[in-house]
Design a protein around this ligand. Structure first.
Ligand code: ZN
Ligand code: ZN
Length: 622
């Protein structure tokens, strides 16, 4: 319809022509490229047209070639005072990322309004010219214009993306100054900015003051709390959101599922699962994959598998997540069984899948299988091993006591060596008490990361085991001179009333007295059953009494004691630790599982430990 009529239209007299054209133009939209091209070709041949026509033409520009003649038309025919038209021109330049042309036009404009500034500021932000964006914003404020709900969030988002807290706070002041601090759009952007800049308290203060909170802002808060290591607060907030009557969408649920995963909070995971099941009849690939990860990290590999089996669509991340889960739960064989299944389902494994597979082999000490996977990856899937794959191999060989082979692999590899690689070798040296090689590994580590306290701690552990107090003292001096401190260990335990966090020697818990009493009587009972505290895991060169004291107050032990007094008999105790579980606490847990008849599930920085009847799923190998 459009094609023929347009040709005819252009032969009519200019006034009628424009009128008719505009009405056709507004009644239909141009879908076809050919039609659009013809339409724009006609513009070049015509004289002046009505503003509405130009606006329509600008909106339907398919490329920059069509657009330039319109610009010329507008200039020639003196439409430069039509604010809407000129802003539209500006917008098209920005849309095509032609910021120089846009800026030139902006400069020539006889008049500018909030929308013109907004388009320019947004354009610079989108094109990645952040400094220009700031400059423009400053000029804008100086011009005396009132910033609006489009410009401000735009600049705030730039501050967020650049993690530029200084500028972010400045913009916040401007928001106050113009009395816009209760605007929901702007507040949401500020909350997001503060959260991404890591100042969660500022984000929270603003958030609490917001009268209307939309789902996106709630989701931002959940994500921010999880990212800064306070996932339990995001779960508390999530409850509040549900109370307020808002219904979570998929993005929000994925964020909450991730919070549960981070925390290892099984009770909460099941609640969230219920909500999801009520809302969605089938699981989409992103939410489903997040749920697999959640259940696996909450210690229930069976629930993770159930979700996996329920999902109709699975992508390579889904498969890799399931494989990784089997890996850190110590089910190496089950992880390996998924590889052929994956091919059967026409999903090609990628390098991350292979990292997960190799990790699974290493956690289950499947040396031959690991070697097979390593060569399969290269020969069948043409994936060149990167440092992560090598690290898994070094870990696997190292754990199996093949230290020389592991060391040779490191020496011969062609990719750059990193901290993870040397750490894997060092951990193996520690298990097999190979002080000489450990020293090499630790020195390489310190070369790469001279400021990381954990490397010093590792090396000093090795010296401690060997009783090399002199070397240890030297190392400690080095550490102090760099004023490095050991990363503090934390353990979280899930009780019925929420998740509780403990650090070593913690006395801050409201039931602290009862916890220590329980711990004391428990240790007495365990000693009778044969538990001997292993002071080897205490670093300090101090006398036995002090050593014992600090050993007893490890965060894991406090968390277990609290778990025992705060949950009904027979309940599984679930812990999460930010570092590796120490050897003595590991032994302690095994005794507790017998004496108190409790199953203990621990997720540490490396893997899962399912402790039952005095035996741990890791086979004392972690
Ligand atoms: Zn411990
Ligand atoms: Zn274990």
């Amino acid at each position: 319809m459009f094609k023929l009529k347009t040709h005819k239209l252009f032969s009519l007299n200019p006034v009628i022509r424009t009128k008719k054209f505009s009405s056709i133009a507004s009644a239909s939209s141009i879908q076809d490229n050919d039609q659009s091209n013809q339409f724009h070709n006609q513009i070049q041949e015509t004289q002046s047209l009505a503003p509405r026509f130009y606006l329509f033409a600008l909106t339907n520009c398919k490329n920059i070639k069509q657009f330039k003649p319109i610009h010329t038309h507008l200039t020639v025919n003196g439409f430069f005072n039509d604010m809407v038209l000129v802003n539209k021109l500006l917008y098209v330049y920005v849309r095509y990322n032609l910021m120089e042309d846009a800026y030139k036009l902006f400069d020539e404009m006889p008049e500018r309004n909030a929308a013109s500034w907004s388009v320019m500021i947004g354009g610079f932000a989108k094109a990645g010219y952040y400094i220009k964006c700031y400059e423009m914003f400053r000029e804008y404020i100086r011009s005396g214009e009132q910033p609006d709900v489009y410009t401000l969030p735009c600049v705030i988002r730039v501050c967020r993306d650049r993690v530029d807290l200084v500028m972010g706070r400045l913009v916040h002041q401007i928001v106050y100054k113009f009395g816009l601090s209760t605007n929901a759009f702007i507040c949401a952007a500020l909350v997001d900015m503060y959260a991404k800049c890591g100042v969660i308290d500022d984000a929270r203060k603003l958030f609490d003051n917001m009268v209307i909170k939309d789902l996106t802002t709630w989701t931002v808060m959940f994500g921010a709390y999880t990212a800064c290591g306070n996932a339990s607060e995001s779960l508390v907030l999530f409850d509040k959101m549900l109370e307020s009557g808002l219904v979570p969408d998929k993005i929000c649920l994925v964020t909450i599922v991730n919070a549960c995963a981070k925390l290892g909070a099984m009770n909460k995971a099941e609640v969230v699962d219920d909500i999801i099941q009520k809302q969605y009849s089938s699981l989409d690939v992103i939410l489903g994959t997040a749920m697999i990860d959640m259940y696996a990290k909450c210690g229930s590999i069976d629930s993770a598998r159930k979700i996996f089996d329920r999902m109709r669509e699975k992508n390579v991340i889904t498969w890799s997540t399931m494989i990784a889960a089997y890996g850190y739960h110590g089910h190496g064989q089950k992880a390996l069984e998924l590889l052929p299944l994956m091919s059967k389902n026409r999903v090609t494994p990628n390098r991350i899948t292979f990292v997960s597979l190799l990790n699974a082999c290493s956690h289950s000490c499947l040396v031959e299988e690991g070697r097979r996977v390593f060569s399969l990856m290269q020969e069948k899937y043409f994936i060149k091993p990167d440092v992560k794959h090598y690290t898994c191999m070094v870990d696997l060989l190292g754990r199996a006591g093949k230290l020389n082979e592991a060391f040779n692999m490191i020496e011969n590899m062609k990719v750059e060596k990193d901290v993870g690689l040397w750490s894997a070798l060092l951990a193996a040296c520690r298990i097999y008490k190979n002080v000489e090689m450990a020293q090499k590994a630790a020195e390489s580590l310190l070369e790469i990361e001279p400021d990381d306290p954990s490397h010093y701690v590792m090396l000093s552990n090795i010296y401690a085991k060997e009783g090399k107090w002199e070397n240890m003292a030297k190392l400690r001096t080095q550490m102090t001179s760099k004023s490095l401190k050991k990363t503090p260990g934390f353990t979280w335990v899930e009780a019925q009333n929420g998740v509780h966090k403990f650090c070593s020697g913690d006395h801050t818990h409201s039931e602290s007295k009862a916890i220590y009493e329980k711990l004391e009587s428990l240790i007495e009972k365990l000693r009778v059953s044969g538990y001997v505290p292993d002071t080897e895991f205490v670093l300090h060169d101090v006398n036995e009494d002090v050593k014992l004291g600090s050993l007893y107050a490890h965060s894991e032990k406090l968390a277990i004691a609290y778990g025992l007094i705060s949950t009904p008999e027979g309940t599984v105790i679930r812990l999460t630790k930010n570092l590796r579980v120490c050897g003595d606490c590991h032994t302690f847990m095994k005794y507790v599982s017998v004496v108190e008849k409790r199953e203990i599930v621990v997720r540490d920085a490396k893997r899962f430990h399912h402790v039952r009847d005095g035996v741990c799923s890791c086979g004392d190998y972690w």
